[in-house]
Design a protein. Structure first.
Length: 125
């Protein structure tokens, strides 16, 4: 019975400490369970809130004042020209045009993933 009361006291103190820290604009990380109790999220999850604030562990919280309305992505490649100092072998040992095609498909996959999470942003390639 004493353990239950002790846990209730700790949770009461923990709640009050979280409320005080929220008032001053700080985020607390529970190092025992690796969670952020003020946001009810684990550290492995995305702590940021889209369009409102960006939370980065070493830097802290950054409030977003200007929202992004559109994003244009440009992909420029020149697959026929080799650089003068290009002595090293490539990772896949394919032609330079193959790398351009792979980077284009990777960019398309990233944009399709971003369209799901960023519904209010106009994405263009």
């Amino acid at each position: 019975m004493k353990k239950i009361n002790k846990q209730l006291k700790n949770s009461f103190l923990k709640k009050k400490l979280i409320q005080i820290c929220r008032f001053f604009g700080y985020e607390i990380i529970d190092q025992n369970s690796f969670e952020v109790p003020s946001l009810n999220k684990k550290l492995g999850e995305n702590l940021s809130i889209m369009g409102k604030k960006s939370i980065n562990i070493p830097l802290g919280e950054v409030k977003i004042t200007r929202k992004v309305k559109s994003l244009s992505v440009y992909l420029r490649t020149c697959s026929k020209v080799n650089l003068w100092n290009q002595n090293k072998k490539r990772i896949f040992e394919c032609s330079k045009s193959e790398y351009s095609i792979r980077s284009l498909f990777s960019t398309l996959k990233s944009l399709s993933y971003a369209k799901k999470s960023l519904e209010n942003v106009n994405l263009e390639l």
